[in-house]
Design a protein around this ligand. Structure first.
Ligand SMILES: C[N+](C)(C)CCCC[C@H](N)C(=O)O
Ligand SMILES: O=C(O)CCC(=O)C(=O)O
Ligand SMILES: [Fe+2]
Length: 342
């Protein structure tokens, strides 16, 4: 019997290696001693779950829910959610990742219904729900729906007929805020209209979405063409497309006006930079890439400076503008809290 079992296991193993065997419940507890480097396939007790895993020398392979996932053993130890490794109240890791042996391997692995249990050499047990592993695996993440971004030019944006959100709806309803943020994430710009044209109400609109970032221009800036600051923004001159505060360590986005002297690279690299800059500028200045908006009192425009540049033509007469800079983390956080993929 013993001899038979051995040959049976060997032939089955060969079948397995040739991929002919998919669901073979491993009954033999001392299988490891027979084939020290063998591949051990396990599958769950309840066939309906259709979960198969493989304990490799350097990683754990799991087949479940139409995913084939591979996990590093240090990763499996590091992401342990046991009370001693993870603070579930603050969602913070308590485990000192640097204390995990980089050559760690589980002593045993077993599956009970939908939970995998890894027992480590020191006896610590880490448990993972199969669905959690799918959701947090590299392979599972790849399939995650990421926030679509619609690349547009003036014609595409005009045809999209993206509605502005009304001030009251925006301030008082979750739906209004969510629709606004969905448009903002899709296009990189979005409008709120019928805002009482005061700095206070503009501030209210901004704070609905994010913290306001105070800069050298103040928290809420309010400016006109009085040259109160040594900057062309405070004149009637035209401003070519740009983004602001490129001179900050945490700029809004990049801008040609404020570019400092290039003295950190040698002349040949400088010329390559100018060539690249010309290519970018040519694209940016294509008429079809210009979307003109006539700002009017009560219309608030939000711009994602990483996607959309802004500018203006020169003007005459009196014109006042107020606004502020928002922190990207907080805008994205507000979107995520509303269930948007941001
Ligand atoms: C007036 N306001 C505060 C909106 C902008 C001032 C921007 C000044 C500078 N040119 C830059 O682009 O960062
Ligand atoms: O005046 C405008 O419409 C925009 C001015 C500007 O780009 C700025 O202040 O950064
Ligand atoms: Fe600007």
């Amino acid at each position: 019997m013993w001899c038979h079992r051995l040959s049976h296991l060997q032939s089955r193993l060969q079948d397995l290696l040739r991929g002919r065997v998919t669901h073979w419940a491993l009954q033999q507890s001392n299988f490891k001693s027979l084939f020290p480097l063998a591949i051990y396939w396990h599958h769950t007790a309840s066939k309906s779950l259709n979960c198969v895993w493989q304990q490799h020398e350097d990683h754990f392979e799991l087949q479940y829910a139409n995913n084939v996932m591979r996990f590093d053993y240090v990763w499996l130890r590091d992401h342990c959610r046991s009370a001693s490794c993870y603070n579930s109240k603050t969602h913070q890791r308590s485990l000192d990742t640097a204390s995990v042996d980089l050559c760690i391997q589980p002593k045993t692995i077993h599956l009970d219904e939908t939970t995998l249990f890894f027992t480590w050499p020191d006896g610590h047990v880490t448990r993972y729900d199969l669905d959690w592993l799918v959701k947090n695996s590299y392979e599972g993440q790849k399939q995650k729906v990421i926030q679509p971004r619609i690349l547009w030019n003036a014609e595409i944006y005009q045809q999209a007929q993206v509605p502005a959100v009304d001030f009251q709806t925006f301030l008082e309803t979750k739906e209004g805020l969510k629709n606004f943020l969905q448009n903002f994430l899709l296009y990189g710009i979005a409008f709120v209209e019928n805002v009482p044209p005061t700095q206070k109400h503009t501030e209210k609109v901004a704070e609905r979405i994010s913290l306001i970032r105070e800069t050298i221009y103040g928290r809420m800036w309010f400016f006109t063409s009085d040259f109160s600051r040594g900057d062309t923004a405070y004149t009637k001159l035209a401003l070519d497309r740009h983004t602001d505060t490129t001179y900050f360590q945490e700029p809004c986005g990049y801008n040609n006006y404020d570019r400092a002297v290039i003295n950190t690279v040698p002349y040949d690299v400088v010329h390559r930079w100018y060539t690249a800059h010309r290519t970018l500028t040519r694209e940016l200045r294509r008429p079809e890439n210009e979307f003109w908006v006539k700002l009017k009192p009560g219309k608030v425009l939000f711009i994602d400076n990483w996607r959309v540049l802004h500018g203006r033509e020169s003007f005459t007469g009196y014109r006042q503008l107020c606004g502020c800079y928002l922190t990207r983390d907080d805008v994205l956080n507000t979107a995520r809290l509303l269930g948007l993929q941001a």
